[in-house]
Design a protein around this ligand. Structure first.
Ligand SMILES: CCCCCCCCCCCCCC(=O)SCCNC(=O)CCNC(=O)[C@H](O)C(C)(C)COP(=O)(O)OP(=O)(O)OC[C@H]1O[C@@H](n2cnc3c(N)ncnc32)[C@H](O)[C@@H]1OP(=O)(O)O
Ligand SMILES: Cc1cc2nc3c(=O)[nH]c(=O)nc-3n(C[C@H](O)[C@H](O)[C@H](O)COP(=O)(O)OP(=O)(O)OC[C@H]3O[C@@H](n4cnc5c(N)ncnc54)[C@H](O)[C@@H]3O)c2cc1C
Length: 651
């Protein structure tokens, strides 16, 4: 019945202060208040309805997404929402759209790689959405290999311009979100050519479409790359294709924070000395076309990817917690087998197999939340250091963002699929929310750096650390523990067989390194002051589950390396079962602490009141296929079939 909480008996079992845990999950009392208010605002506004998405054609879905993006922007303006509130609103609207890339990549790239002057020119336009940007790096022929990009940016000293060109089919920009139909501008990454010499890949601001009639500018061939995985909401994103035909842009549209070009003997006196916002020695291109890289690491060009990767780790905890919330609530509602003397059947959440599949994912959602908080701090710290020309922690920041992005997105994508399976057949219904969540989420394992490619970066960082063991350069920060692997030094010559040869094993070592990071950051979180009755105790249980589940999953490695004995392994498994029993009475309260509205969850199986069956039944009849009792096509195809004379005895 409506209004009845079918999970009340579960909520009454809770042994901790759920409201206090909501604040821990949100990050602070202020963050909770903002999230709570904005999520309810979105949920209560019919303009943000999303339960009809699965019945829309791609063009209807896309147009509806444009409507929602415009409506969200109007809401932000009308309600004078702050940047924080606006970001929360876009999050709870939960619609993959060009705005994700405009706010999540285009603006950060200008902030991270633009000079003060370039920021002053372009950011106000972007913040007011008077231009809409995309991040055009990937090409048809290259995505992972950024240095292999083929788009060219040739400097023309006669006109003080760059000529942007797509010399080959494989140089076509391919995948950038928002590019296909909406973006008016792009940060386009291209191979810089000055005086006939290639100077590496740099970012350029390029206008794509007219701000008057939205038509592509001369020299631009641009469109959408077509339908993507499943029928999910990601098809509302216009990932695009773009070819440049000798498009000219002013020299001051090259993102110059990491490099500069002054041509001392340029015919015109348009000598442009841009003071970058980090005080670096000016790199100069002399009139002979000699280019000297400025003294910042060229990898600063990759800065936007560092930023996005750390946001993707936070996104992982959100996506996984959504799936776990749905599967946990439904596991408490669903009863199957086990009836005693005609009594109720057993809740599937009480089966040890269900717990051993579900509770490690619940623990992972919390673990990723906390490592995501730490990574946000690390990113802010490295950004501050860069301002002071301190590049010392850049390699570690790259390894951490790359590795944690890879680890958390793989675990989350697998976890969403596991949550679908934990819900049995009903998990396969769109109304469960899980198929779409999976379809929208899984590209996170690929975009912003393919996960294996990123783990190879971590492996390279670890091997570089090993190679420095014994030198005066002591490992610090997240690799400080490696001082305890001196024995690796002796076998160092063994690993000289070649990084490529050992890469599959090194990727596993990289995963282990990142899992150690997650566990250690969870432990550090528990060392903080955590208010609320029983809250810290619950988090300790979840931290132990996360760690012991990893120990159980990788038992072979721990045993074969002598890190643990078989007795330790047995004790760990016993403890894991005991921990599952400790979580069981608190499971519903632990997912309530995510504070997701039914609108945001978008799931009948995960609805707050647990009133699943009536809602499933009601939703079925809303499907367009049920608009007519006799389906279209019956008279054309089925009736002739049913009425056909059986002409051959054989049938
Ligand atoms: C609500 C619903 C939401 C829906 C979702 C919508 C959201 C959508 C949002 C998402 C949309 C998706 C958007 C997108 O998808 S945008 C496109 C994303 N593309 C990528 O991520 C490309 C991945 N490839 C690379 O990053 C580079 O090519 C790599 C790194 C692989 C190689 O690189 P490279 O070939 O140059 O050479 P190298 O390997 O010799 O490295 C050389 C040195 O540089 C260091 N180094 C490397 N990288 C970095 C770095 N970053 N910061 C600092 N340092 C770095 C490295 O450690 C090494 O140091 P050392 O060993 O020499 O000391
Ligand atoms: C939904 C979605 C949105 C996207 N949005 C954007 C965007 O807005 N802007 C943008 O610029 N790009 C975007 N991309 C592109 C994305 O960044 C790339 O697809 C991604 O970086 C992977 O590169 P790739 O496709 O070249 O994969 P590849 O590198 O071709 O991967 C194919 C396989 O090769 C393996 N491999 C590659 N190199 C190595 C190596 N050195 N050693 C071992 N194995 C290797 C990989 O592990 C993988 O298994 C998006 C992609 C998707 C799916």
């Amino acid at each position: 019945m409506e209004g009845v909480d079918h999970l009340a008996h579960e909520r009454n079992k809770s042994e901790f202060d759920v409201d206090a845990m909501k604040i821990v999950w949100a990050g602070s009392p202020h963050a909770f208040v903002v999230s709570d208010r904005i999520s309810k605002l979105v949920a209560s506004d019919p303009g943000f309805r999303k339960d009809n998405r699965s019945t829309l054609s791609r063009k209807e879905l896309f147009k509806n997404t444009l409507r929602k993006a415009a409506y969200a922007w109007k809401t932000i303006i009308d309600l004078h929402l702050s940047e924080e509130e606006a970001a929360k609103l876009r999050f709870y609207v939960d619609e993959p759209a060009f705005t994700d890339v405009h706010w999540g990549m285009f603006i950060p790239a200008i902030k991270g790689q633009g000079t003060e002057e370039q920021q002053q020119k372009w950011l106000p336009l972007a913040y007011k959405m008077q231009i809409i940007g995309c991040y055009a790096q990937t090409e048809l022929g290259h995505g992972s290999n950024v240095q292999g990009l083929e788009t060219t940016a040739t400097f023309d000293p006669q006109t003080d311009e760059f000529i942007i060109h797509s010399p080959t089919l494989t140089s076509s920009k391919w995948w950038p979100g928002g590019l296909g139909k909406v973006a008016t501008h792009a940060i386009a990454y291209a191979l810089l050519i000055v005086g006939g010499r290639e100077q590496g890949v740099h970012g350029f601001i390029v206008q794509l479409r007219s701000l008057e009639d939205h038509s592509p500018l001369p020299g631009m061939t641009v469109g959408d790359i077509g339908m993507k995985f499943g029928n999910g909401a990601y098809n509302a994103m216009d990932n695009g294709v773009l070819r440049f035909d000798h498009v000219r842009i002013p020299r001051n549209q090259m993102l110059m924070r990491c490099a500069q070009y002054t041509c001392l003997c340029m015919p015109s006196d348009a000598k442009l000395i841009l003071e970058p916002c980090i005080l670096i020695r000016v790199s100069q291109v002399t009139c002979e076309g000699k280019y000297k890289q400025s003294d910042v690491p060229r990898q600063l060009v990759y800065g936007a990817m560092l930023y996005v990767r750390q946001t993707i780790v936070a996104d992982a905890s959100c996506a996984l917690s959504r799936a776990v919330c749905i599967a946990t609530r439904y596991s408490a509602v669903r009863r199957q087998f086990g009836s005693q003397n005609g009594g109720p059947e057993t809740q599937v959440i009480d089966y040890k197999t269900q717990q051993s599949r579900l509770f490690p994912l619940l623990a992972s959602a919390y673990a990723f939340r906390f490592v995501g908080e730490w990574l946000k701090w690390l990113y802010a710290d490295v950004t501050q250091r860069l301002q002071a020309n301190d590049f010392s922690t850049l390699p570690e920041a790259h390894a951490c963002t790359a590795g944690l992005k890879s680890l958390t997105t793989t675990a989350t994508a697998d976890g969403i699929e596991e949550c679908r399976k934990l819900c049995g057949g009903h998990g396969y219904l769109c109304s469960s929310g899980l198929p779409e969540l999976f379809a929208v989420y899984v590209p996170a394992c690929t975009y912003e750096g393919e996960n294996t490619v990123l783990l190879l970066q971590v492996a390279r960082f670890l091997m570089k650390t090993v190679s420095q063991l014994g030198s005066s350069k002591k490992p610090v920060g997240t690799i400080a523990y490696m001082t305890r692997v001196e024995h690796l030094m002796q076998c160092r010559c063994g690993v000289q067989r070649g990084f490529a040869e050992l890469s599959a094993d090194l990727v596993e070592a990289a995963v282990a390194h990142c899992q150690l990071l997650v566990v250690s950051k969870f432990i550090e979180k528990l060392q903080q002051e955590i208010p609320g009755k029983g809250v810290k105790q619950q988090l300790e249980v979840l931290c132990n589950i996360y760690a012991l589940f990893l120990l159980h999953k990788h038992q072979g490695d721990f045993l074969s390396t002598g890190c643990i004995t078989p007795k330790h392994a047995a004790l760990a498994n016993d403890e894991l079962r005991s921990l599952y029993s400790q979580v069981r009475p608190n499971a519903i309260a632990l997912v309530d602490a995510f504070n997701y509205t039914d609108h945001y969850l978008g799931s009948i199986l995960g609805c707050y009141d647990g009133n699943v069956y009536p809602k499933l039944y009601e939703a079925a009849w809303k499907d367009p296929l049920n608009e007519s009792v006799v389906p279209d096509g019956y008279h054309q195809y089925i009736r002739p079939l049913l009425k056909q004379e059986i002409r051959t005895a054989r049938l």
